[in-house]
Design a protein around this ligand. Structure first.
Ligand code: SAM
Length: 259
């Protein structure tokens, strides 16, 4: 079990770069999330204050609290205290599958980006209760995280399980998995590295297939079959996934490799 030692400074020391300045009236980028309540029950808040320093990394930000400033790459070895294959999870929610998968694979280090503070707090509690030592969290936008914290070819695996479906057509622009995001993920994966995804929204699954099957740097591992992957064997069923199944939706897993 990790001691409750603060993780300390985990970004490499480089010259800070110029912060981007947005001109008045210029629209901010579309993100895959919107601001949600950060209210927590007092018991969770107390645990959060006590435990977060052992698991949650703090990195320089831009204007918003979920942003990450460019020019401060993460010192991954300092963050985990060892060298191990790095897996990135995007949007673990309350950490239900993250914690189970980290326990199942003690040889990997998992860096998880989640913007929803109560979700990060619940994950911290789970990590503490289960004694998991190979996970670090950032309460940050994964797009900024992949772009600014991690170098090209530095990631062994990326997990994107049940990204927000944004079912209304006018919100589809918020869907995380599009060509620009695929470019970013592909650039961070090492050659041969894996990207595993799952969704219970059929039209989002089809969108993922269209974008990722056409990507020049990615190969659909299951192309010889029907292009859909077997359920990732060590991925526990989350409450979110369960609700989708109860609502009559079918879960689709996808698995791609970086060329
Ligand atoms: C639908 S939930 C799924 C949670 C979890 N993966 C599961 O299977 O139960 C999607 C999560 O992604 C998070 N999220 C959305 N966009 C994100 C981003 N750009 N960076 C980090 N987290 C993000 C949301 O806050 C939310 O917790």
């Amino acid at each position: 079990m990790p001691g409750l030692r603060p993780l300390g400074r985990v970004w490499a020391v480089t010259e800070p770069t110029q912060q981007p300045v947005r001109a008045p009236g210029v629209q901010r980028e579309v993100t895959s999330f919107v601001r949600r309540s950060t209210r927590m029950r007092p018991v969770h808040l107390r645990a959060w204050e006590r435990l977060r320093h052992a698991y949650v990394l703090e990195v320089p930000q831009r204007a918003s609290s979920t942003s990450i400033a460019p020019g401060h790459p993460l010192d991954v070895v300092a963050a985990f205290g060892r060298t191990a294959p790095l897996v990135v999870e995007i949007g673990p929610g309350t950490g239900e599958s993250l914690v189970g998968m980290a326990i199942a694979r003690p040889e990997i280090d998992v860096l998880a980006f989640e913007v929803y503070l109560p979700g990060v707090a619940r994950t911290v509690n789970r990590l503490h209760e289960t004694g998991v030592v190979n996970v670090r969290l950032l309460q940050s936008d994964a797009v900024d995280g992949l772009r600014h914290l991690l170098g090209p070819g530095s990631v062994e695996e990326v997990w994107t399980f049940f990204p927000d479906p944004w079912p209304k057509a006018r919100h589809h622009k918020r869907r995380l998995v599009d060509r620009a995001f695929a470019d970013l993920v592909a650039s961070r994966l090492r050659p041969g590295g894996s990207w595993r995804l799952a969704t219970d929204w059929w039209d989002y699954a089809v969108q993922m297939r269209a974008v990722l099957d056409a990507h020049p740097d990615l190969v659909n591992v299951d192309a010889a079959a029907d292009g859909w992957a077997e359920r990732c064997s060590d991925r526990p069923l989350t409450r979110f996934e369960e609700r989708g199944i109860e609502a009559g939706r079918t879960v689709r897993d996808l698995h791609y490799r970086r060329r």
